[in-house]
Design a binder for this molecule. Structure first.
Ligand code: GLC
Length: 570
């Protein structure tokens, strides 16, 4: 009897302790405190055409990226997002995919990809691929079959409709790259829908076969070792099945088309079912889903995290990219908004579709200081930053000056109002040798003249360069718990020139002070309120310093556009 009781007790103790152990074991890939890997990672966006050209044909490639992994590691990058490198007619430079499960020969082979993945993983760098889910290329076998006849196996994989009448598309929807969003197909006598170029027909996500095929694509790459995806143009996956006309508002866009509100072909709720499905697959592989989520407000952004945190882990916050001046009040507003979001923030200040931050914020006189200031901001906020290649050396947007030099079709059709996106996609500036060390052949886009003053080799040698500053801030944010996990506490909220905040974690804290003006500033802080008495510089720009004020508080002095990042002391 006694022995039986002991046995039961032992089983209960074993069961309870295993329950306890399970509760304490962090999720797969998470650190001891339960943070998933992507929460502390620094992401870096690579536009493969422009990063590094290993075979000297003027276009960057995967082996080029592999040759720069040590540079990326030393910079403090934990994950690279490579914009589409799959076979493609390159109408939209890769955002028109004709085979989701291969590498475009221009960029290399699957074997090159595997090697890159292995070498990255040896250095602890994750690879994120760009998944173009809204549309394929018109040269994808699925579309070739779809357009071959009205009864083809893939007909319903795309959106085909009859016109309203002879020569009239089914409705008034406008392509975001200009012209009607419908293209007439002579052979099958119907229109197909494309949110972007006619060469980018939209997939019909209401068809379960599309869903299955696309989910399988992600499995294919997860099995090859990728750590997640950046989902392209997620908001445009679904369209109103009844094809209601969009409301037309005053004015014309850069292409001369009437301005429309994309009420019936953007942000439809069905997208969330797809995201939940992709997340289920992703969770099997401990992946991360990042979203190209252009939203107007935080409520919209919140929907992308998912009601039960079961959609995107990192929907990009683009609200920052819409602040186009150095205004502490504007940034405070956006930071507070993103901090109130239901999930972990993702900060982006530049990418391959928008004018670089160097030009959006630069004043032409203090551009490098301002580049450091912006690094001091988005790399010290609560959230995951995504650095666009070249930001770390202060690359300047250099758009073509003549229409005949434009490569981006968006610029060719929108010229001169819309110059396209070539300016922010120019070759990475590695050194001051010919073609900035990017390639021995003439690069596909000209190297900006600034490569003589802004390049990796020179900036590595200069302790005051933009690159050295990025490296210091990134090194700090990898080890400083307050910067990694601390709360965000805004300070001096009525200051119109200086943006200041604390990051507080357990008994540690960091003070960040950013002078968004071109004149010297002195700012006082009462740190006692937060349980601290002093701060000591961790990383700051040359002219920044801190001293005790006469009233016992702390005073930070900053040069024009100066940065002070200091550790709080008790
Ligand atoms: C996304 C990409 C952009 C591309 C478009 C169409 O917005 O970032 O570069 O042109 O989707 O795929």
């Amino acid at each position: 009897m006694q022995a039986k009781r002991f046995a039961v007790l032992a089983i209960v103790i074993f069961w309870l302790s295993s329950l306890l152990a399970a509760a304490q074991t962090p999720a797969k890939g998470a650190d001891a405190e339960g943070h998933p890997w992507w929460q502390h990672a620094v992401f870096y966006e690579i536009y493969p055409r422009s990063f590094a050209d290993s075979n000297n044909d003027g276009v960057g490639d995967l082996n080029g990226i592999a040759s720069k992994l040590d540079y990326l590691k030393a910079l403090g990058v934990d994950a690279i997002w490579i914009t589409p490198c799959f076979p493609s007619p390159q109408v939209d430079f890769g955002y028109d995919v004709s085979d989701y499960e291969n590498i475009d020969p221009m960029y290399g082979t699957l074997a090159d990809f595997d090697r890159l993945e292995q070498e990255a993983s040896q250095r602890g760098i994750h690879i994120i691929l760009d998944f173009v889910i809204n549309h394929t290329s018109d040269q994808h076998p699925w579309f070739l079959d779809s357009r071959s006849s009205r009864t083809s196996a893939h007909r319903d994989w795309y959106i085909w409709r009859d016109g309203k009448g002879p020569g009239q598309p089914p409705n008034n929807w406008i392509s975001s790259f200009g012209g009607s969003a419908w293209t007439w197909d002579r052979k099958t006598k119907q229109y197909y829908y494309h949110f972007f170029y006619p060469q980018q027909p939209d997939l019909n996500w209401r068809n379960p076969a599309v869903k299955d095929a696309m989910f399988d694509v992600t499995r294919f790459w997860y099995k090859r070792g990728v750590s997640g995806f950046r989902l392209d143009a997620v908001d445009t996956l679904f369209e109103d099945p009844n094809l209601h006309d969009n409301p037309v508002v005053a004015g014309k866009d850069a292409y001369g088309d009437p301005n429309e509100v994309n009420k019936y072909n953007d942000n439809l709720p069905e997208v969330h079912d797809v995201l939940r499905g992709l997340r289920e697959v992703s969770d099997e592989y401990n992946g991360v889903l990042i979203g190209e989520t252009w939203t107007d407000n935080i409520e919209e952004l919140n929907r992308y995290y998912g009601h039960d945190h079961d959609e995107l882990q990192l929907p990009m916050d683009f609200l920052f990219t819409m602040v186009n001046k150095l205004s502490p009040a504007e940034f405070r507003k956006q930071i507070a908004a993103v901090n109130s979001a239901s999930g972990w923030p993702t900060f982006v200040i530049s990418n391959h579709d928008i004018v670089r931050s160097y030009d959006r914020y630069g004043d032409g006189k203090h551009d490098d200081q301002i580049a450091k200031l912006m690094a001091g901001l988005y790399l010290t906020l609560r959230g995951t930053p995504i650095i666009y290649y070249g930001e770390e050396i202060g690359m300047k947007t250099t758009p073509p000056t003549r229409r005949e030099d434009v490569k981006d079709p968006m610029g060719r059709s929108g010229w001169p109002k819309e110059k396209g996106r070539d300016g922010e996609r120019t070759p990475m500036q590695w050194d001051d040798s010919v073609n900035a060390g990017f390639s021995k052949a003439e690069p596909w886009l000209p190297v900006p003249p600034t490569y003589k003053t802004h390049n990796v080799a020179d900036e590595l040698k200069d302790p005051n360069s933009v690159l050295s500053f990025y490296k210091k801030v990134l090194a700090l944010r990898h080890t400083n718990e307050a910067l990694l996990d601390g709360s965000y506490v805004p300070l001096n909220e009525s200051d119109q020139k200086v943006l200041s905040y604390l990051r507080l974690y357990k008994d540690q804290g960091v003070l960040v002070v950013l002078n968004m003006s071109g004149v010297w500033q002195k700012v006082g802080f009462d740190l006692n309120k937060h349980g601290f008495t002093s701060a000591e510089s961790l990383v700051s720009t040359e002219k920044s310093s801190i001293h005790r004020g006469s009233g016992g508080g702390n005073v930070v002095t900053l040069g024009p556009f100066g940065v002070f990042i200091g550790e709080l002391g008790k």
